[in-house]
Ligand binder design. Structure first.
Ligand code: SF4
Length: 463
């Protein structure tokens, strides 16, 4: 592995993006072909003769990632078939530096891998790629809803690295249909998934269909709920690559094990340009209507889709991070009973907690004047986010025992789910409601902070 930190490396990586460069400018070690062996971890990497025309040999930019790239997969003579166990490779690289992981990704996949750049601190990936001295490609999703600062930052990055970012745009007809039928801000009404599907997920899918691997800036510390198990490399569990089918795409996450603070230390040390939104309090950078600055102490993902519950905070680009039940919920087709609900023992077990039946919660919603206020969690025992808040909710019940505030739980998956969605503001699990003394209408707890102090502050503000 030869890492280059000299200025001469710029000439090498820069050539990778110049469509006018000759193919010999690029080090494209092999064009791989993946076939499923064990789709969880192993794909067959078929090393083919490089008689194939390199994607970057064409003079125009539209030959970049995408459907056109599929044209390079013309039948080739297989010289060697080598099974690659990416689960094993992930273990081997788990303690490797991001630079080593990046180098491995570029070495293995050459022109068939590209860095997914969001316009945020994942610019570190581009810096790492530059430092390897190898040619590399960068693509980005232009949703049409990004902040002006992000567009300027894209331009700055292109100039700084001497590259052209390969932008992916949403399908104009799909955007038009969505906006004409539901308006420009439908995501505030019925969730972000539909808009993200049109503006992000489908363009991403198109991009990935022209690749055999992609490189992301996912980190474990970004979202403890959904990203805590991200490996440094994996067979992509969701998207398909150039050869199609499950297991045809490899996903590299070189900074999976790096903390956000260390990414920033690296960016400063290397004097890398950064998005000016960061200096305005934005930690996470996404679409303008769906991203906001966070306060000190707030987690960065709290700045995304803040009007929704934590579970849904993957826009679909990394949906494979969600556990099966959570993914089903995200897709709107989970009822909580189909994926082993019966196998999960009940949660929130405490003598200080009241277990409400359907009749019990219906009665609660009918009372205009209660003797005492109630706080109720709508939950599903299989839901990891409910499981994660069990300790603090039980502690809350014990703190409030005898205080005049009742603490209760209502299991709202399965058959009662529809009722809970219609009548109890259930969006996703867990949903926490406060029933004040003198009003039938419950107040929904809007924050994702589910520690006992935050819940107590909510109760004390309303009791
Ligand atoms: Fe649409 Fe918001 Fe998703 Fe961007 S982040 S695609 S604006 S819902």
């Amino acid at each position: 592995m030869a890492f280059s930190v000299t200025s001469s490396s710029a000439a090498i990586y820069g050539s990778g993006f110049s469509r006018s460069s000759s193919s010999s400018d690029l080090k494209v070690p092999q064009i791989g072909s993946f076939r499923l062996a064990n789709f969880h971890a192993t794909v067959n990497l078929s090393k083919k003769r490089c008689a194939v025309k390199p994607v970057n040999a064409e003079p125009k930019r539209n030959d970049s990632l995408l459907p056109q790239a599929a044209s390079i997969s013309a039948p080739e003579v297989l010289e060697k078939v080598e099974a690659e166990d990416f689960e094993q490779l992930a273990k081997e690289l788990d303690n490797a530096s991001p630079l080593e992981i990046m180098d491995k990704a570029l070495e293995k996949f050459g022109n068939d891998v590209a860095i997914a750049f969001s316009g945020a601190e994942d610019v570190a990936l581009i810096e790492y790629a530059k430092l390897t001295g190898r040619p590399f490609r960068v693509f980005s999703l232009d949703t049409g809803r990004l902040n002006p600062e992000t567009y300027r930052f894209f331009d700055e990055v292109e100039k700084h690295y001497g590259i052209r970012i390969e932008y992916m745009f949403p399908d104009a007809v799909e955007v038009q249909a969505l906006v004409r039928s539901k308006g420009l801000f439908s995501f505030y009404e019925d969730g972000h998934q539909e808009c993200c599907r049109v503006r992000k997920v489908r363009p991403l899918r198109r991009a990935l269909e022209g690749l055999r691997a992609w490189i992301t800036g996912q980190r474990k510390d970004q979202s403890p709920g959904t990203r805590s198990e991200v490996p440094v490399v994996q067979v992509d569990p969701v998207f398909e690559g150039l050869d199609g089918g499950v297991g045809s795409l490899v996903k590299w996450n070189p900074v999976a094990n790096v903390d956000g603070i260390d990414i920033w230390n690296f960016l400063r040390a290397m004097n890398v340009p950064v998005n000016s939104l960061h200096s305005q309090g934005f930690v996470s950078v996404g679409c303008e209507p769906c991203t906001r600055p966070v306060l000190p102490g707030q987690h960065e993902r709290e700045g995304r889709w803040w009007w929704e519950d934590a579970k849904a905070k993957e826009c679909g680009l990394h949906k494979g991070n969600l556990k099966q039940d959570s993914a089903a919920q995200l897709n709107g087709n989970g009822n909580g009973n189909g994926n082993g609900a019966a196998a999960h023992t009940d949660i929130f077990n405490s003598q200080s907690l009241v277990t409400l039946s359907r009749a019990g919660i219906e009665n609660l919603t009918r009372l205009e004047n209660r003797k005492e206020p109630w706080i109720v969690v709508l939950y599903a025992p299989w839901c990891p986010y409910c499981q994660a808040m069990e300790e603090s909710y039980v502690a809350l019940a014990e703190k409030l025992a005898g205080s005049g505030v009742k603490v209760a739980k209502f299991r709202a998956d399965g058959e009662p789910k529809e009722y809970a969605q219609k009548e109890l503001q259930l969006g996703s699990f867990p949903t926490i409601l406060f029933f004040p003394k003198h009003s039938a209408k419950p107040i929904k707890y809007a924050s994702e902070k589910r520690d006992v102090d935050s819940l107590m502050a909510f109760v004390n503000a309303l009791r």
